[in-house]
Design a protein around this ligand. Structure first.
Ligand SMILES: *Cc1c(COP(=O)(O)O)cnc(C)c1O
Length: 398
């Protein structure tokens, strides 16, 4: 089927009437299995299933029907053999990363990535004897030059949070896979599977903060990983089982509802964001707009090639007048909410240097074009005229 049909019907529980699911359960919307444990038929079944947890349900940390349904859906949408549901985006990232690296390894990652992902590499893995090099992943030659004999992971976020830089996944994959034993992980949160499929371009694992576009309504904190069965099995066992960052069945169920409208939401996010970006780009109080759909964006051509015809709902904006101007704008928005996070149906505004990217030093931020006068907008699905008028009235107060 095509993607908008798949978003509704692929791997829905009511379409699967065999296996461990209740054969009578023909509920149109899947039930929530809000239980921590499962009654096992007899002693031999208990022994068997504890050793084969992917063949039935035993204990919710090992798997649940709601997570199983979500995982099959994500694998389908990312063109992957398998997927894993995790309790947050960072849970997905740390589980995927830990399944790949060991003491003594070296990691290459982008100079513009989500702040807590940066902190994982710079503040946690360094304690385990894992070194790193930060590079501009939009420059494939820089990625190649950073690879060392002990490099085991190249980690790319595209579009990158918050400056929306686009890295060429296919070109990076070619460079990475010319070496043996290096895994390429791509954080595709800003695109969602509707706009980009990194595995098709050569990535080994794709991770998402499902908190964002996959949920779409700001009601669930969740993450997912997708890739080959062998890689996902390893992420699941022992890593996720030992870290314990499993997704709750109710959260998995909510994600399944949110994802049904991913296609129509993304279409409107893309349309609205393009119009807002064009408006802001010619606004006298604005220095620069970072939106990959604008021809002025430095990596617009890669975005055109790599994304499925849309550029997403995220942008950053350098406002003239620095932090004081930002304060005026953020304190006077009426439709946009002053809140971090992104990918919700309603529009949000945040200040990246002091919110999502506070883990970076000022020097690291400036070098990555994350300036003090920069706000990040998550463009919602409201009537775009109202969004533009809201920005216009707040900018006029500077
Ligand atoms: C929000 C975000 C994360 C972290 O996800 P959580 O669900 O908050 O843990 C990771 N990567 C990107 C690009 C994000 O925007």
């Amino acid at each position: 089927m095509r993607i908008n049909t798949d978003l509704l019907h692929a791997h829905q529980l009511h379409a699967r009437l065999t296996g461990s699911y209740e054969p009578q359960a023909k509920a149109h919307v899947s039930p929530i299995y809000q239980t921590t444990t499962y009654v096992l038929d007899d002693f031999d079944t208990a022994v068997y299933l504890n050793q084969h947890v992917d063949e039935g349900f035993v204990y919710t940390r090992f798997g649940s029907p709601n997570c199983d349904e979500l995982e099959k859906k994500i694998a389908h949408l990312e063109h992957a053999e398998a997927a894993l549901a995790v309790a947050s985006g960072l849970g997905a990232i740390s589980t995927a990363v830990m399944s790949v690296v060991k003491a003594g390894d070296h990691v290459v990652f982008g100079d513009v990535i989500y702040g807590c992902s940066y902190a994982l590499f710079a503040k946690v893995l360094t304690n385990l004897g894992i070194t790193y090099t930060r590079v501009d992943t939009t420059n494939v030659a820089e990625v190649e030059a950073a690879i060392q004999p002990n490099t085991s992971l190249v980690y790319v976020e595209t579009p990158a949070n918050p400056t929306l830089k686009i890295s060429d996944i296919a070109a990076i994959s070619e460079v990475v896979h010319a070496h043996q034993g290096i895994t390429l992980i791509v954080d595709s949160t800003f695109a969602s599977p509707y706009l980009q499929n990194p595995l098709d371009l050569g990535a080994d694992l794709v991770v998402h903060s499902a908190t964002k576009y996959l949920c779409g309504h700001g009601t669930v904190t969740a993450g997912v990983i997708a890739g080959s069965k062998a890689r996902i099995d390893r992420c699941r066992m022992p890593y996720l089982q030992c870290f314990g960052a499993v997704l709750d069945p109710f959260a998995a169920w909510q994600l399944m509802q949110g994802m049904k409208t991913l296609g129509v939401r993304m279409e409107r996010h893309c349309q609205n964001a393009m119009k807002v970006a064009e408006f802001l780009e010619q606004h006298p109080k604005v220095d620069r707009v970072y939106y990959p759909g604008l021809p002025s964006h430095p990596t617009h051509e890669i975005a055109k090639k790599q994304m499925h015809g849309g550029f997403g709902g995220m942008m950053s904006v350098d406002i003239k007048g620095g932090m004081d101007a930002v304060r005026t704008v953020m304190n006077n928005m009426k439709v946009f909410s002053l809140a971090t996070s992104l990918g919700n149906v309603d529009s949000l505004i945040q200040h990246s240097p002091s919110m999502s990217h506070f883990d970076m030093t000022p020097e690291e931020r400036y070098a990555a074009s994350i300036f003090d006068g920069q706000v990040r907008l998550s463009i919602g699905i409201e009537d775009v005229e109202d969004l533009i008028e809201d920005l216009d009235q707040a900018l006029a107060l500077i």
